[in-house]
Design a protein. Structure first.
Length: 119
């Protein structure tokens, strides 16, 4: 697997390749672009869109088109941020609360849970 490129967050370039989005920024960005439509659709309708994107990601994982695979990962994350916005969940706070101190199952930074257990 090729390494994931790391972009310098101090780069002043406006190119998409030079920008980074934190979870907080991503959720805010998605909210600013789509919240009016998302709120009107509601949680149930938004969840169905998320599931459609998860299905597209599943198909892309079975293929060999890396560009499409990356796009489908981006779509799933965007729709996850969308449904979190509609449901009033701060994704960053939720991630920090659950995973910020390590594995929720064993509390270690590198999971030591048995393979048969879901951490």
């Amino acid at each position: 697997m090729p390494p994931i490129p790391i972009h310098n967050s101090t780069d002043d370039s406006d190119s998409p390749e030079a920008r980074e989005l934190s979870m907080v920024d991503l959720q805010r960005h998605i909210r600013e672009m789509y919240f009016e439509k998302d709120a009107a659709r509601g949680v149930d309708g938004t969840f169905m869109w998320l599931m459609e994107e998860v299905g597209e990601l599943a198909s892309a994982l079975r293929g060999d088109d890396q560009e499409n695979l990356a796009e489908e990962f981006a779509d799933v994350i965007a729709w996850l941020a969308t449904i979190a916005n509609v449901a009033g969940v701060d994704l960053n706070a939720a991630l920090v609360a659950k995973y910020g101190s390590g594995c929720p199952g064993c509390s270690r930074l590198v999971c030591q849970c048995p393979n048969s257990e879901k951490p």
